[in-house]
Design a protein around this ligand. Structure first.
Ligand code: CP
Ligand code: NVA
Length: 336
């Protein structure tokens, strides 16, 4: 499998075999890291990390992974670069590609990261757009495989806002890898019809399936994985909170949902999560709407069924695999 020179913009661009290769590579790099075996065959290379939205996990994962691989990294924060303000995406791509061997981009429309890649002669990696969050998917898949031992046939139910980056991407992941995806939410938050159609066709080929339902009992029964995400995503206006809470409160992941899924079920969330009032926004929203938890209860978040912190750690190992594979880590001096 040779992914050298490829962009990583969305999972739709990759075959199931290529995704599995990245997962196997991530597992190998994780094992080496745990054993203290360095894999720094990308020494001398540098990556640019553009963040037009804030981040904890994705930024840290890219930085640590780059440094582990022997590379330097430059972080461009949401306010301090010229991108989009004084300099076009095309010009930015050409400038950065002249100095760096790879470029990560987190921001708004998928069209922006696609344009960056079009004009960049080095690989571009999507660190989250409104539509897709592909590096998160590799971490989720690795975490599920570590827990259950396999992916094909896994039943994954996503609750909440299923028409945004995480919901869309989980649907694509399942369709590519022969997993059974259910979006369990109000019909208003079902993923885009065209994407559902495409994923249905992919699922038919991989042995997976795509289901959309508003019925919580039916949608969560027997699920292996119950997943959710924030009800209001980065870049959406604060005014939307009231509507989202009203629309989605029925689709909160709570003990009733986990019990309905069954004892085999695990809980996953890309994080950050609103499971208590210990954050500024959580406290503000909680006070305004008289609630203490949103998309997931603290009871489920903190339970033994929750894999959220394993999932967060796997962001680093999987992002390392994406950079290693697309930059050709084993084509040079690797001792692999
Ligand atoms: N899950 C995720 O992308 O987290 P960050 O926003 O902290 O990067
Ligand atoms: N849907 C969330 C994901 C955060 C990692 C957002 O876009 O804010």
């Amino acid at each position: 499998m040779d992914l050298q020179g490829r962009d990583f913009l969305k999972l739709l661009d990759f075959s199931g075999e290529e995704i599995m290769y990245l997962l196997d590579l991530a597992a190998e790099l994780k094992e080496k890291k745990k054993k203290g075996i360095p894999v720094d065959t990308l020494r001398g290379k540098n990556v640019a990390l553009i963040f037009e939205k804030t981040s904890t996990r994705t930024r840290c994962a890219f930085e640590v992974a780059a440094h582990d691989l022997g590379m330097g990294s430059t972080y461009l924060d949401p306010s301090s670069s010229q991108i989009g303000k004084k300099e076009s995406i095309a010009d930015t791509a050409k400038v950065l590609a002249g100095m760096f061997e790879g470029i990560e981009y987190r921001g708004y429309g998928q069209d922006i990261v696609e344009e960056l890649a079009k004009y960049s002669k080095v690989p571009v990696w999507n660190g989250l757009t409104n539509e897709f969050h592909p590096t998160q998917m590799l971490a989720d898949a690795l975490t599920i495989r570590e827990h259950f031992g396999y992916l094909k046939g896994i039943k994954l139910t996503y609750m909440g806002d299923a028409r945004y980056n995480t919901g869309n991407s989980l649907m694509v992941l399942c369709a590519k890898l022969g997993m059974h995806f259910t979006a369990c939410t109000s019909a208003k938050y079902f993923p885009d019809g065209e994407l559902v159609k495409l994923c249905g066709e992919l699922a038919a080929l991989s042995g997976g399936s795509i289901t959309l339902t508003e019925d919580v009992e039916v949608g969560t029964k027997g699920a292996d994985v119950i997943s959710t995400d924030v009800w209001v995503s980065m870049g959406e206006p604060d005014e939307i909170w009231a509507e989202r809470i009203a629309d989605l409160k029925e689709y909160q992941v709570n003990k009733r949902v986990m019990d309905n899924a069954g004892p085999q079920a695990v809980f996953m969330h890309c994080l950050p999560a609103f499971h208590d009032l210990k954050t500024k926004i959580g406290a503000e929203v909680g006070k305004k709407f008289g609630i203490t938890e949103m998309e997931v209860t603290d009871e489920v978040f903190s339970s033994g069924q929750s894999l959220v912190f394993e999932e967060a750690e796997n962001r680093m190992h999987t992002i390392k695999a994406v950079m290693a594979a697309t930059l050709g880590w084993d084509h040079g001096t690797s001792g692999r």
